[in-house]
Write a protein that binds this ligand. Sequence first.
Ligand SMILES: [Ca+2]
Ligand SMILES: [Ca+2]
Ligand SMILES: [Ca+2]
Ligand SMILES: [Ca+2]
Length: 286
Amino acid sequence: MSSMKTLYTLCAALALVGAPLSCASSRDPNGDLDSGVQVQRDAAVVIDGAVAGDSGQPLDAAVATPDAMADAAVVGPCPGTAAAVINEVNTNIPNGRDLVELRVTAAGLLTGMRLVNGNASSTLVNIPAICAAAGDLVVLHLSPIGSNGNSIASETTSKTQYPMATSTANHDSAWDVNQDVTATGIAFTDTVLLLRRADTTLMDVAILSNVDGTSSATYISAVESAQAASGWLPASCATTQCQDVAADFSTVSDLVTGTSIQRTGATDTNMKTDWTVKAQTWGAAN
Ligand SMILES: [Ca+2]
Ligand SMILES: [Ca+2]
Ligand SMILES: [Ca+2]
Ligand SMILES: [Ca+2]
């Protein structure tokens, strides 16, 4: 291929993918591709290897690349592999409007993380595409409705995307995420909460009990599964009801503004001693 033909092919390909056209000689005074290039434009279904550097590469593939780059430019980079822990819980709020706060322990994109009800192995909330920094808090709102002050959607662009001024259930100091599956709260009883990564591997566990002397078979099974997965200690229960290994949250309030069960510090030892019931700190450090 002659160098001029190569230039025409390059210019035609650039025009087709919408790239800024610096090939002044390829346009006539009206700004249209001249006939010489038009032939190449029609013929160049496959970009010439000398131009594309990938002999035989379909033009569609070349078109897709700038689109993907444009999308990446809009979203922006979000480096790191995110990690988080369950940080605060209240499953005693009426009408299933329970709250769970996550604390991000490693920065990155939270997409695909999910809160799971271990008793039922059911997903409660899928975390959306939040680019989080280490230390960020994410408040998960179960059974969200507008009349309760919930925002119309989850926050993904900033912690104040749906500010408290207009969405009174939200927190301007945290990412507010609405339950995205069928609205359902978490029964205020013995509960195993799991935080899973996008690939479903286990990231964190909270084992909570009302310590009323009895536990369901599904709860005991969920506790034992978490222990077997090295998510909780001790690694086995000393009593048949598994109350002995659980954090006691029997006294939490039934008010959003009341008490909740919270981690006491930054260190995660996977034990009930990480947790205590105290005045709520939704969207704020415990
Ligand atoms: Ca917020
Ligand atoms: Ca843990
Ligand atoms: Ca119980
Ligand atoms: Ca908190």
